[in-house]
Ligand binder design. Structure first.
Ligand SMILES: Cc1cc2nc3c(=O)[nH]c(=O)nc-3n(C[C@H](O)[C@H](O)[C@H](O)COP(=O)(O)O)c2cc1C
Length: 194
């Protein structure tokens, strides 16, 4: 019996037009697609959300774009996340989106859009550590909301020099490592679903 294709949502924690993390997650998404995943790519710039405000939530419920983000999470088994490092942690854009999505709708199970998901993490930064320090926090946060985070991850240092104009990484070893990370996520999701 053939297994259904694993479904994977790919996004970066940056809204910046020229974001290195957006470029990076595209490479991992291509690796996952090549390994058989059904991919959806999301640009968080297309889903602007207000800063989380519990009074706003009480008054109006989840903002429409937070609801859309949550629905996207619910509809996918795997998550490919490229996270910029801001002040040794991760971006407010990513945290804010996760905070909104973590809120329960009436009658919904707690953390419904996170429980049972599998995530693979990556980062890119002009700095020497490639955003690695930020991933520590992303991993902890996701684990605490019951996402299974793969031990494999990739950080690309000197990101401003790392990409070719066609969006691939100049270093073939880095390019292969990021594609492999995407493929690994697709395989693990398939294995867990079988
Ligand atoms: C507020 C702020 C804090 C930053 N802090 C760090 C940092 O701690 N470590 C690091 O490597 N880069 C840091 N950077 C640089 C980012 O890695 C860089 O802007 C990167 O390009 C952001 O990701 P993006 O290209 O996906 O938008 C910081 C940038 C900003 C705007």
């Amino acid at each position: 019996m053939t297994m259904p294709a694993p479904t994977v949502l790919a996004f970066a924690g940056s809204t910046r037009e020229g974001s290195f993390n957006k470029r990076l997650v595209k490479i991992a998404a291509a690796g996952a697609r090549e390994a058989g995943a059904e991919m959806t790519s999301l640009d968080l710039r297309d889903l602007p959300m207000p800063l989380f405000d519990q009074d706003l939530e009480v008054r109006e419920g989840l903002p429409p774009n937070a609801r859309k983000f949550k629905e996207l999470l619910l509809a996918h088994q795997g998550l490919l996340i490229a996270s910029p490092e801001y002040n040794s942690a991760f971006s407010g854009v990513l945290k804010n989106a996760i905070d909104w999505a973590s809120r329960e709708a009436p009658g919904e199970a707690p953390l419904a859009c996170f429980v049972g998901k599998v995530a693979a993490l990556m980062s890119a930064s002009p700095g020497a550590l490639g955003g690695l320090r930020g991933l520590v926090h992303v991993r902890l946060m996701l684990s605490n909301i019951r996402v299974l985070v793969l031990p494999e991850q990739v950080a690309i240092p000197r990101a401003h020099e790392a990409f070719s104009p066609d969006g691939t990484l100049k270093d073939p070893k880095q390019q292969a490592a990021v594609e492999r990370l995407g493929a690994r996520l697709a395989h693990v999701v398939t294995q867990l679903a079988s």
